[in-house]
Design a protein around this ligand. Structure first.
Ligand code: BMA
Length: 936
């Protein structure tokens, strides 16, 4: 783990410059440029240099007081850090003027419980990691006698200790046992801190503390003003959240600046919108200017023909505009100027009742649950994002850029930014705006019910106000959800007798507190109190809080809401009747091991085995549910991976211990990918069935450390089998099997998420493992057919039964493979450029663990002229061909984990994401297929 301090500081310096550009003359001291020391009253021998932004673990690691927190069992060994109090003390601040009219301390994020001193005087205490805090220290500075300059001291109280003490307060809220998802440290629901800091089933529990976001000293002259946050909302005239926007309307631009200092009484707001080349699109005064305490707001209508729309990737261009808001005082004096990059789009979560017209198309009654961009339905393809590191200050824009490149390369257009982490940094939304990735965002609550005392709700309201105003201008912001699995899971954990009480409490936080603040700031974004839910029953905008939830108010035969699905009984993994039928699948998954290369970043070579305690204890599924260090729960999770591998594939039994470990890790990844593929195929095929499924986001995109988890991308960016398979099955036009295990019924479907219907050519052919065509009744070896597939729809091209089909032809299912190929010409949404869409898929009539695989004679070489690897199966069909590469580099192949027919050579390009091997990784590229599992 390498903190990328230099890059971070450059970004901060640029951010500071940007905020001080133009007219305003406040003096801004960036506290990242100041020396800091970290000490602890609990460990008086520790006195190390600190940084800002930072967290204690990072500074102790940099000072070599501790080893890498992500190594071995340091998750358990370093708990003393989270259980202690820590102090960040600045060097004497030089360059602070004693003549300023006003001096503020501005903290964009403190993690979490602090008591702050300035020049030895107590300033304030804070208790919410997600709020921005600012304090007027003008008087303290005037009275400061410190000669070297005032110092800032921030005492951080132990979050684990304070959470426990809060839980014990007299009259404190309680819940029935099991309601709190308890991973390692208890009582996270009482505090407004990143919830997975106390442990989660894919991550460690460090409970870090520190000044995790930038901080500044702001000094203002008598007429200076400083913008600490800005809201920009662009929506269609008349638009309201959750209502379907009218695309024929003009845009409204609403801008609102939170500032420090005082504005002239006659202040007005001017705006200028310029396009990517700097050309002014529109400028003028904002109307309806109102000001409150520290906030000024105005709006204007933007004629719709003046601006181009912003689209998600694959659906059109990501057109962005620069918006400048000037606050102008008497005599045309510009007092403040703020710049934001914006885009014009509407995105709505359509939860409206299914219409007559939809019923006539065969859509099942009930309510919709899908997103519409600029008035268009689309198929959301993606995954769930978790905090990419246990320590946010190490997460740089570059790291997220790399991750997001993998998202786009993986054919994903939407990420669900899972709640219970932290609100995403601006640079993450900036990248998503540029790359066209829709970010379903959430407030940071999950897998627990929360207190609803006045203080807690007030604290949440401040948090929601700051974060929604900060983020709202980004066109990539797709949606806000209140929290993770609250309605579908948490409320159902409460016994019936107390359901009303806890539902009322849930509503007081997730509806009555959050909604007025969110909808008061934004008319452009939809909201649901829970990530998975049955949607709303009624909307009434005459009320401050317009949403009435549906809960169990369901009509049989009707379909509502979205689904999540976890089933660790791998016997049912490919039984499609065990999958939920819904409008949108927002979570589903199964864990797998990371690669050998990734394990070696975190454990000693001698630890590399499935029954090694360090390996087992890094598996947090199932979580300990306490501070214990038992093997029982994680061992159950290990067994689930092993059982699934054994059930469905030939499993390795190699004499070389490391090679065997590596092959086993890989086989758990094949199962994971196979299972997700089976579900994604099912959900995408559902776009053409009565459920009209319009989205699948699997659990989870990436890892935050090196461990067995649900991730498709490992901690350093290496793709697991899953990310390649998801890339393939998220292609726009795909051919997919649907198989009913019990009956042997087999169907083949072509699915398209293009916005216009296409004519597709489908080729189906039965083969044995040697690649010899089999004469079965779907055609003598191959069958060509032209089919029409509607816009965002699915068409069935084959319905048969493998039992009767194969037995009538005298073929053993263990020898039978169906190769499916589709090719279609069409154009992506909002494009007139035609291109070819091609996809291939293989169906095996018996589980691969029983199939009679043969040695495919896999060969791999490098074509120096095309700069691609060439893979060839020389003797038989190669299942799950895998190009592997050594440690020290992160490389993504254009395709991997594919099947190969004998005699066909496949050229595979690649992208090098990072390389510390001096390009020697290329020599270490090797190929394997499932057959290799059978070789000792
Ligand atoms: C769901 C998610 C996460 C969790 C994952 C795997 O519950 O919402 O909270 O990590 O499944 O168990």
């Amino acid at each position: 783990m390498k903190p990328h301090w230099n890059i971070l500081q450059t970004i901060l310096a640029i951010a500071t410059l940007a905020s001080t550009a133009c007219c305003q003359q406040p003096h801004v001291l960036d506290l990242s440029t100041v020396g800091w020391t970290v000490t602890s009253p609990n460990y008086t021998n520790i006195n190390v240099p600190g940084r800002l932004p930072s967290q204690v673990h990072l500074d102790l690691y940099a000072a070599k007081v501790i080893e890498n927190p992500l190594w071995g069992l340091n998750d358990f060994n370093l708990r003393w850090i989270g259980d202690s109090n820590w102090t960040y003390t600045s060097a004497p601040l030089t360059g602070i003027s004693r003549n300023a009219s006003q001096t503020y301390l501005l903290f964009n994020g403190l993690d979490t419980f602090t008591s702050i001193q300035f020049c030895g005087y107590h300033v304030a205490a804070t208790n919410n990691q997600f709020r921005q805090y600012w304090f007027d220290v003008s008087d303290l500075l005037r009275n400061c006698s410190s000669r070297g300059g005032p110092m800032i001291k921030i005492d951080f109280g132990s979050a684990t200790v304070i959470a426990n003490a809060t839980a014990e307060l007299p009259g404190q809220e309680t819940w029935p046992p099991g309601v709190e998802g308890w991973f390692e440290f208890p009582n996270r629901q009482f505090i407004r801190k990143e919830q997975n800091d106390f442990g989660w089933d894919w991550g460690p529990a460090f409970a870090p503390a520190g000044p995790w976001q930038p901080a500044y000293v702001i000094q203002l002259g008598a007429e200076d003003v400083y913008a600490r946050n800005t809201l920009v909302d662009t929506y269609r005239e008349g638009q309201l959240p959750l209502m379907i926007p009218d695309q024929s309307k003009n845009w409204v631009l609403n801008a609102s600046i939170d500032y420090l200092g005082s504005l002239p009484l006659d202040a007005i707001l001017n705006f200028r919108i310029s396009d990517g080349s700097g050309r002014t699109v529109l400028s003028g005064p904002l109307n309806n200017v109102t000001s409150g305490i520290g906030v000024i707001t105005g709006s204007s209508v933007i004629p719709k023909e003046l601006v181009e729309l912003w689209w998600p990737v694959g659906m059109g261009p990501q057109t962005l505009y620069n918006l400048t808001i000037d606050v102008v005082g008497g005599g045309n004096r510009s007092v403040l100027s703020v710049e934001k990059r914006i885009g014009f789009r509407t995105i709505v979560l359509n939860e409206w009742p299914v219409t007559e017209a939809q019923l006539a198309q065969g859509i099942a009654p009930g309510n919709n649950w899908h997103f519409e961009i600029n008035g268009h339905e689309f198929y959301a393809k993606g995954s769930n994002f978790i905090p990419p590191d246990p320590f946010w200050p190490t997460v740089t824009k570059e790291r997220i850029r790399q991750l997001f490149e993998s998202v786009v390369d993986g054919n994903q257009n939407m990420l669900r930014i899972w709640s219970s982490g932290a609100y995403s940094p601006d640079f993450m939304y900036d990248l998503a705006d540029e790359m066209g990735i829709l970010l379903w965002s959430e407030f940071e609550f999950g897998d627990a019910l929360y207190p609803v005392d006045k203080g807690f709700l007030q604290n949440v309201a401040e948090e929601v106000n700051y974060q929604t105003r900060r983020i709202n201008h980004h066109p990539s912001l797709a949606f806000w959800a209140g929290g993770n699995e609250l309605e579908n899971l948490e409320l159902s954990l409460v016994p019936w007798g107390s359901r009303d009480r806890y539902t009322a409490e849930y509503e007081s936080l997730f509806l009555d507190t959050i909604v007025p603040v969110l909808f008061g700031n934004s008319r452009s974004v939809s909201y649901s109190p829970s990530s998975t839910s049955n949607g709303w029953l009624e909307l009434d905008f005459t009320k401050v809080q317009p949403i009435t939830e549906r809960y169990h108010n369901l009509t049989s035969g009707s379909i509502y809401g979205n689904t999540d699905h976890y089933n660790y009984d791998s016997l049912s993994s490919f039984n499609t009747s065990s999958y939920p039928i819904g409008r949108f699948a927002n979570e589903f998954g199964y864990h797998s091991m990371p690669s050998l290369q990734t394990w070696l970043q975190a454990v000693s070579p001698s630890d590399l085995s499935f029954d090694n305690p360090t390996v087992i204890l890094r598996n947090h599924h199932y979580p300990q549910g306490s501070l214990a260090q038992n093997l029982d729960n994680p061992s159950r999770g290990m067994e689930e991976m092993e059982d699934a591998a054994r059930l469905w594939y030939p499993v390795p039994n190699k004499t070389d211990k490391v090679a065997n470990f590596s092959a086993w890790c890989h086989t758990t990844q094949i199962f994971q990918a196979d299972y997700y593929k089976s579900q994604i195929q099912f959900y995408r095929r559902g776009s053409g069935l009565p459920e009209r499924n319009l989205g699948s986001l699997y659990w989870q995109l990436e890892d935050q450390w090196q461990a067995p988890t649900w991730a498709g991308i490992e901690y350093d960016g290496r793709w697991k089998v899953l990310h390649y398979v998801a890339k393939d099955i998220y292609e726009s036009v795909v051919v997919v099997p649907w198989f009913e295990v019990q009956s042997g019924d087999l169907e083949v479907w072509v699915v398209s998420d293009l916005w216009k219907g296409v004519e597709a050519k489908v080729q189906l052919g039965w083969f044995d493992w040697s690649g010899r065509p089999l004469n079965v009744s779907t055609g003598a070896g191959t069958k060509m057919e032209n089919v029409n597939v509607g816009a965002i729809n699915a068409t069935r091209v084959l319905a048969t039964n493998t039992n009767t089909l194969l037995s009538s032809a005298g073929i053993d299912p263990r020898d039978a493979l169906l190769r499916m190929r589709v090719s279609a010409t069409g154009s992506p949404p909002n494009s007139n450029v035609e291109r070819k869409f091609e996809h291939e898929n293989w169906f095996h009539a018996s589980p691969l663990s029983e199939s009679r695989l043969i040695d495919p004679g896999l060969e791999i070489s490098h074509n120096n002229s095309t700069q691609k690897f060439v893979v060839k199966a020389t003797k038989g069909v190669a299942a799950w061909v895998w190009l592997d590469y050594p440690s020290g580099a992160v490389v993504t192949f254009d395709a991997n984990a594919f099947w190969l027919a004998p005699g066909e050579a496949k050229e595979v390009g690649y992208k090098v994401k990072s390389d510390t091997t001096g390009e020697t990784w290329m020599k270490g590229v090797s190929g394997r297929s499932l057959w290799d599992n059978t070789v000792p």
